[in-house]
Unconditional design. Sequence first.
Length: 90
Amino acid sequence: MREFRRVPRERFAPGSYSASRVFIEAIVDAQGAVREPLLFDRQEGMRGLDLEALDAVCAWRFTPATIAGRPVPVLYVLSLSVGAGSKPAQ
């Protein structure tokens, strides 16, 4: 099932979210925009934080991939650390 951008959700205290990773697959088009985003490997306890991450990623712009100097769309998989106690990837 595809997820689409949603209105902001109710905010919970930071400690009430489980620490986890969010995986988002999307097409980054030739202009660098995110298209056809899909959340996968969803986990319980996120309380909508995974959807907030999806919404944020939909607003991002990327430098398009190129082949022979021409911009091309690519399939991209993002892995984001979210929730209480999450740490930046090293």
